[in-house]
Design a protein around this ligand. Structure first.
Ligand code: GDP
Length: 365
């Protein structure tokens, strides 16, 4: 399963956030394919469309789709030098598909900061530098191997060589690989290099409870935003402490609490949605009277592959996908009405599924 890793220096609020994630935790019985690991938190993906579909269909149960966060502790300066913990930290990052970097933007004299003062850009650079150094090492190794072949007019090697040189140049001026604009061909090569700095990054600015309603006055946050936009990354602002408190409340209490704080959506919900789209994920729905359910797929996946997410038999025996867009279904009021209006399509093997498709798969057993 795809997962986003949570990283950050000590005392920035990582564990607090991860606690919020596990407390908000999804009913794991619904998600047998998810990883069971103390460092993995499974969350349900909030989706207003699922609420609406439930109203429309009145099923026996409704099941949201789920998503995994992995807690990656243990970043230390010098991690890329490959000693003990540091090495482990980097290998954990290698396994995740996106990185959520928690950055301390709250001032609190009682909580020590590892480098003595709250300076988010400094903090970000400590972590990002370790990732850059680790990538530089792999790029250099690869370059040594490819350079010879490239000279012998091996076309593939030459293309890889070009990419490696571009990446090396960027890394040497402290720029992550994700900030480089590659052609589609080059992107394929980059993917195979499994670079740490090529992974999408989301900065999670952790502010105090007092500031969460209006973080615009927090200059740390502004600095993080400027830094992130420089490399084309996104920022979300949360208060990890608030999230930990909210995580245990039921829906009504949560809504009240958020209103009191003056925020419309919990930071955790924002984080889940941002990480989800960062990973290039999308949602389709199945809507029967037994069960209305949301399913996660990767953007670009075709109908049979998507059917295979529910069950491998669905993919193997795939015939057609009876499909209606969420909007068409809702505006027509029912599946039958949507059919009469000609909004339900029969899609075949080559159909690329879209976010919000409501589907009934037909298959041979
Ligand atoms: P980690 O080392 O990054 O996992 O940091 P922790 O989550 O353990 O947090 C370190 C300390 O900061 C703990 O005492 C938290 O209660 C506190 N903390 C975390 N988030 C906030 C926050 O938003 N505001 C304040 N004032 N303290 C926080």
């Amino acid at each position: 399963a795809l997962t986003a890793g949570i990283v950050g220096l000590p005392n920035v609020g990582k564990s607090t956030l991860f606690n919020a994630i596990t407390k908000a935790g999804a009913e794991s019985a619904n998600y047998p394919f998810c990883t069971i690991d103390p460092n993995v938190g499974i969350v349900e993906v909030p989706d207003e469309r699922l609420v609406k579909l439930t109203e429309l269909v009145s099923p026996k149960k409704t099941i949201p789709t789920a998503f995994e966060f992995t807690d990656i502790a243990g970043i230390v300066k010098g991690a890329s030098k490959g000693e003990g913990l540091g090495n482990k930290f980097l290998s954990h990052i290698r396994e995740v598909d996106a990185i959520c970097q928690v950055v301390r933007c709250f001032d609190d004299e009682n909580i020590t900061h590892v480098s003595g003062k709250v300076d988010p850009i400094d903090d970000i650079e400590v972590i990002n530098l370790e990732l850059i150094l680790a990538d530089l090492e792999s790029v250099d190794k690869r370059l040594a191997r490819v350079a010879k072949l490239a000279k012998q007019k091996d076309k593939e090697a030459a293309a890889e060589h070009d990419v490696l040189v571009i990446v090396k140049e960027a890394l040497e001026s402290d720029k992550p690989a994700r900030s480089i604009e590659f052609t589609e061909e080059q992107q394929k090569i980059v993917k195979q290099l499994h670079l740490l700095t090529a992974k999408p990054m989301l900065y999670v600015a952790n502010v105090s409870e007092e500031e969460i309603a209006d973080p615009s006055g927090n200059e740390h946050v502004q600095k993080v935003r400027d830094y992130a936009s420089g490399e084309g990354s996104e920022v979300i602002v949360i208060s990890a402490k608030v999230e930990e408190e909210i995580a245990e409340l039921d829906d009504d209490e949560k809504a009240m609490f958020l209103e009191e704080l003056g925020i419309s959506q919990s930071g955790l919900d924002q984080l889940i949605k941002a990480a989800y789209s960062l990973l290039g994920l999308a949602t389709y729905f199945t809507a029967g009277v037994q069960e209305v359910r949301a399913w996660t797929f990767r953007q670009g996946m075709k109908a049979p592959q998507c059917a295979g997410i529910i069950h491998t038999d669905f993919e193997r025996g795939f015939i057609r996908a009876e499909t209606v867009s969420y909007d068409d279904l809702v505006s027509n009021g029912s599946m039958n009405a949507a059919k009469e209006a000609g909004k339900v399509r029969l899609e075949g093997k080559e159909y690329v599924m879209k976010d919000g498709d409501v589907v009934h798969f037909r298959f041979n057993v």
